[in-house]
Design a binder for this molecule. Sequence first.
Ligand SMILES: [Mn+2]
Length: 422
Amino acid sequence: MKFAHITDCHIGAWRNPKLRDLNLKAFEEAIMNCIDAAVDFIVISGDFFDANIPQLGPVKKAVELLRLAKSHGIQTYMIYGSHDFAMTNVSMIDILHSTDLFIKPTEYEKDGDVIKLQFFTDPKTRAKITGISGRKMGLDKEIYENLDREGLELEDGFKILLLHKGISELTTDKALVKDCIPISYLPRGFDYYGGGHIHKRMEGNMGESKIVYPGPIFGSTFEDLEQTAKGERRGFYIITFDKKLTGYEFIEIKVAEIISRELRADGMSPSELDRTLTEAISSIDVKDKIILIKLVGSLHGRRSDIDFGKFSANLHARGALIPILNINNLTTIDDTGNLEVRGTTRVEIESSIFKECVSKFKTDPNISLVTKEKMAMLCEDSEMALKLLETFKMEKIENETAGIYDERISTLAKSVLCLTEY
Ligand SMILES: [Mn+2]
């Protein structure tokens, strides 16, 4: 008998449509592989979707694939992750769960403080599956600390525990450790511990049993792709068993070649950085690859003096599949901004600096007439400009996707600028 362990699919992740499609393609390959290998069932350890309300296109495709697996007699068991559901809101994953698309083996009974996890017995293989969905750290701790360990250990049969949390003993990476629990939190006596949440592949042992983190099938952040470029393999596991675990195999999924470069801009002027960047990208064979360029360090001058768009355009023109230029870590030292400050209260000073900046703002001569008119309006009407600033300062609400957030902010901004479309 065998089952597949997939995790952190983050369906719907990525604003870039090509990356979003590659992520979906990775999931499609995983499911097709499961069907070809004729696994008995699939377990997914959380973060199936990237947000509680993901984009509907990818949801549709993902549902079709889970249904395809089901039509081949392959049942899916899924716990929730930190990304795919919100405690205060209805989530897509709940809606799908209510349609019996998958089984969520996370029921438990409470006896005082003691938590008794309920097993779900897979009808085909008699494997017993239970799991703990990902929650905020404090709540997780409470559940793990109050588990009825003895009851879990005494249960007979081939047992699987799904969890959406890292194990600190399995990693030395400081960035990952903060999202981990000690191995002693795990109840003993399971044959297989199927982990999710950590975006890195890890394997460990606990006595005769196996702890496995397959890591994401593609990745959902720039850093994930960067790790892939540096050699981290992405994919999932197929585990074989009878009464006990008899074998496990990592199945790699590679939907695209990724190349990453990091450039330090320390002390460079914009023109120096421009030259260095041009040279650095000219030597890369970019054809059909995802190209990640990360700029770090502090630039001596303004970021806006560099036309970053032309680098992406160059990579595109040379056949790169997806060029991504990451300038989030590029800081600047600007020694030209001497502002005269007037006012006594914080609000006065802020508003004075703001008005001064707005009046000094130079508009690009190539922008459209409408934009020019609006810019002129903002320079004259500092109230409107301040309101616009407040709008841009609004933060994402819990689990809101970048796409929905952008749409919300853009609608609000348009209404401030009296640009509301009907
Ligand atoms: Mn994740």
